[in-house]
Design a protein around this ligand. Structure first.
Ligand code: PA5
Length: 446
């Protein structure tokens, strides 16, 4: 099995009758999602994406990745939200969070346009000095401010370094197939473009060109990634039975937790390589479910690091949370703790023990302690860190998110709340058309 959900440590917190009762709601949501009769049904292309994708474009992505690998030392991925989190999550999970520092024959990969920090921008520009650079600017709308600003800066850098024509071969654009400023600009400039399908929203787009090009540049096998997702799709779409479908079981427990006042879900990993995967998950669930004054707050921790910070709260603070632990069963990396004759640190009971074993015991001990403290735990066990398993895990959470949003009673495929800050920022920056709002905001800020 690539993935299993162990519910032993959450079951005691759930009424057996409630678990049975939620089955009907889940079956209904599962059916509506697959029949495309629910809200947001024009954004469901991700459901069949692992099989039903543009094969010619896929081949073009593989070809472009090889070209990028050969022609640069530094590859800059420009995008925000769903336009960068997925690829960064996969690269760090499958390869390493220290990908840029490890020995490899692929370019270093940096992410830009996901903040508005002058400090980060200047550091990245310094990193590029004396290096060959390629960029992939990713924006479905083609109008998002953060990546648009970063693109302007890196385009200038490339054009100064290689001339307009030379830069053209180093700029790859992923955007809507026809609409938006970016598409128009890319076509006029002659950049190679890739498509964010119309019916796939940003946070569900990691298995489209959005995620696939940067992932392929890092050397990860994108065919296996898609295969893992495809097999997961077959498994989780086939039935809605929470007893046999772990994805639906996850939906059942998290909704029952929410109804029981546990409105924070903490995604837990014991490995730093999962840090950005946690961020991807937080965006997926936060933007999909947090609306209409409803939704679980998606939080995350990396243990044992955070056992020395948020661990106190989880063990002993407000009882308004539960944990979903993602654990990889077969870790390839091993490191034994050395024997020390003097044993001054009294650690010889751990001599020759693999760090993975210590980590697993930390996990088991923590789960039991947190359960004793009143924090329910679900355990998602992933077979390994291969591209195949990663594809499976991505699909598990995406499909669960769609069904869960319908069970919660929201449209999981829009994000109206993201617009409010943008309007205020544009007004304060003096964008034409926002004059009235600017006056009003400046008044409030006095
Ligand atoms: O999930 C989403 O739709 C968002 O997080 C978008 O990915 C994000 O806002 C970036 O949008 P765009 O790709 O249009 O620049």
């Amino acid at each position: 099995m690539t993935l299993t959900l162990n519910d032993k440590y959450i079951k005691p917190f759930v009424d057996e009758g409630d678990l049975k009762a939620i089955q009907n709601e889940i079956s209904d949501a599962h059916a509506r999602l697959l029949a495309k009769t629910g809200e947001g049904n024009d954004f469901l292309g991700w459901i069949t994406l692992p099989d039903d994708y543009d094969k010619d474009e896929f081949a073009r992505i593989q070809k472009a990745a090889k070209k990028i690998q050969k022609s640069c030392d530094v590859f800059i991925v420009i995008g925000i939200g769903g336009s960068y989190l997925g690829s960064r999550a996969v690269i760090e999970f499958v390869k390493s969070p220290m990908y840029n520092s490890i020995k490899k024959d692929t370019p270093d990969i940096y992410f830009s346009g996901c903040n508005i920090s002058a400090q980060s921008m200047n550091e990245l520009l310094q990193i590029c000095e004396g290096k060959d650079v390629c960029i992939n600017v990713i924006s479905k709308s083609g109008t998002t401010t953060e990546p648009a600003v970063a693109f302007r800066i890196f385009r200038e850098l490339l054009e100064k370094k290689y001339g307009k024509d030379g830069a053209k071969d180093r700029i790859f654009v992923t955007t809507d197939k026809a609409r938006g400023t970016l598409k128009k600009f890319a076509d006029e400039s002659g950049y190679e473009t890739f498509v964010v399908p119309d019916d796939v929203g940003g946070r569900f787009s990691v298995l489209s060109a959005v995620g696939l090009l940067p992932i392929a540049v890092s050397g990860i096998d994108i065919e296996m990634l898609m295969k893992g997702a495809s097999d997961a799709a077959k498994l989780y779409t086939a039935s809605s039975d929470i007893q046999s479908n772990d994805c639906m079981k996850y939906v059942a427990y998290r909704n029952l937790m929410y109804r029981d006042g546990k409105a924070t879900e903490v995604l837990v990993s014991y490995e730093p390589y999962a840090t950005m995967f946690n961020e991807w998950w937080k965006q997926l669930y936060g933007e999909s479910e947090g609306k209409d004054k409803k939704g679980l707050f998606p939080a995350s921790v990396i243990f044992s690091t955070d056992l020395h910070s948020l661990g106190q709260f989880i063990q002993d603070g407000s009882r308004n949370l539960f944990e979903t632990v993602v654990s990889v069963v077969n870790e390839e990396e091993k490191r034994a703790i050395p024997y020390d004759e003097a044993n001054i640190d009294t650690l010889n009971f751990l001599a020759n023990v693999d760090l993975n074993e210590v980590n697993k015991m930390a996990m088991k001990g923590t789960i039991l302690a947190h359960v004793d403290g009143g924090a329910p735990n679900m355990l998602i066990e992933l077979n390994d860190r291969s591209a195949y398993s990663m594809g499976h895990l991505i699909y598990f959470f995406e499909f669960a998110c769609g069904v869960s949003g319908y069970v919660l009673g929201v449209n999981p495929f829009n994000q109206p709340g993201v617009e409010a800050y943008k309007k205020n920022m544009f007004a304060l920056l003096g964008k034409p058309g926002y004059e009235e709002q600017k006056k009003e905001l400046e008044e409030r800020l006095k």
